[in-house]
Design a protein around this ligand. Structure first.
Ligand SMILES: Nc1ncnc2c1ncn2[C@@H]1O[C@H](COP(=O)(O)OP(=O)(O)OP(=O)(O)O)[C@@H](O)[C@H]1O
Ligand SMILES: Nc1ccn([C@H]2C[C@H](O)[C@@H](COP(=O)(O)O)O2)c(=O)n1
Length: 353
């Protein structure tokens, strides 16, 4: 007896739902879709003769209206996915690759062996601004048929964060693991240029470095352009532009000189507390030989960073282009966060921003 009562317990929700219709209504139960569909159609085709009948038509119609609205919302999320990086990482299209990864059969997100000559010279040359990029180089690389499959535009990820946040350290790890990436540090380019006795900009760069000030973009962007061209000749397709853009002048200079000839995928942003960054830089000063790794210059660099660079990060954040990494942890832990963010960048690039 008790068992029989228990067996019927699952019907309780349906009984409760039906009670709301009032005892006078004897329509199809909620799980009778065909019956409800008939009643829902009657809403449009048959005038109700009683309040009870009208209520039943509404209830049946509501069932399909609810299903339709939910289905349309789900479909629109698939057809027009939100651009948010959270959606890309946690949305249903990513569930499949999560599961695939568990079985080790997912295709690698990044290339795992060294690229051969992969620059598509004809495509690169056809874009006017890339022509500018190429004009910096003397000899064009030989083009193999395979090269035609590679996207013409170099992909760029700006890398920002306070002085000593660990940008260079993590960029080096990315390049170590993924051979299509090249690390180009704006600061390194400027330091190398300063050493060149033939450079007319050496003195100006030197003063800016010591004072923690930002060098005029005309100088910096030319050096970045030159480094990218050299990287392309070696088959690099993806560039980590470290320490750039540092201010509005940098942003505008990039737009003018590089503009559409490169695909900027976002900003990889390393976040750390000033006290930690100061400690790291003072540690680095023992071996780096950098003129700006001393307490006075470090503090000036922090001030410049807060005043000029942070607002730039916020600008990119407003455009949902910032991939933040908590840089306060150990190098290895920061690396695992960096990898996760790179995957997001890659997914967003794949599904189109
Ligand atoms: N997560 C970390 N934990 C502890 N030390 C770190 C970490 N990451 C980097 N470092 C050390 O901190 C110092 C600064 O790192 P790095 O040169 O990568 O910083 P950066 O952001 O590129 O600095 P800058 O902007 O001045 O070029 C280095 O000595 C590096 O070994
Ligand atoms: N876009 C840039 C990048 C760097 N500099 C100058 C000023 C910085 O203090 C210095 C060192 O840079 P880091 O190696 O710490 O990234 O280089 C600049 O003027 N403009």
């Amino acid at each position: 007896m008790a068992l029989r009562a228990y067996r019927h317990e699952w019907r309780l929700p349906f009984r409760l739902a039906r009670r709301q219709l009032g005892d006078s209504v004897h329509g199809p139960p909620l799980n009778d879709l065909a019956g409800n569909w008939r009643k829902a159609k009657e809403f449009f085709t048959k005038p109700a003769l009683s309040y009870g009948e009208f209520k039943q038509q509404c209830v049946s119609l509501r069932l399909f209206a609810f299903g339709g609205v939910c289905g349309a919302c789900a479909l629109s999320l698939v057809i027009f996915p939100p651009k948010s990086s959270y959606w890309v990482t946690w949305g249903p299209s990513y569930w499949f690759s999560h599961v695939q990864r568990c079985f080790g059969s997912a295709p690698p997100l990044f290339l795992s062996k060294k690229l051969e000559t992969t620059v598509s010279a004809p495509k690169v040359a056809s874009a006017p601004k890339v022509e500018q990029l190429r004009s910096e180089s003397s000899a064009a690389p030989a083009v193999s048929p395979k090269a035609a499959a590679v996207p013409a535009k170099p992909r760029v990820l700006f890398v920002l964060g306070g002085p000593g946040a660990g940008k260079g350290t993590q960029c080096a790890k990315i390049c170590e693991h993924f051979p299509q990436w090249q690390h180009i540090s704006a600061g390194d380019c400027l330091r190398a240029e300063r050493q060149d006795p033939n450079s007319k900009d050496g003195e100006l760069i030197n003063t800016c470095l010591k004072e923690g000030k930002i060098v005029p973009v005309q100088i910096t962007v030319r050096l970045l352009q030159k480094a990218m061209v050299a990287g392309q000749k070696e088959g690099k397709t993806d560039f980590l532009i470290d320490g750039f853009p540092r201010n509005l002048d940098n942003v505008n200079g990039w737009e003018e000189v590089i503009g559409d000839s490169a695909n900027v995928m976002g900003v990889l942003f390393f976040e750390a507390a000033q006290s930690e960054m100061e400690k790291r830089l003072l540690g680095r000063s023992e071996t780096s030989g950098r003129v700006d790794d001393n307490l006075e210059s470090i503090r000036k660099r922090f001030a410049t960073y807060e005043k000029e660079t942070r607002p730039i990060v916020e600008k990119y954040r407003d455009k949902e282009m910032v991939f933040s990494v908590d840089a306060m942890q150990s190098i290895e832990s920061v690396w695992s966060h960096t990898l996760a963010k790179l995957r997001q960048v890659e997914s967003i690039a794949k599904f189109g921003q």
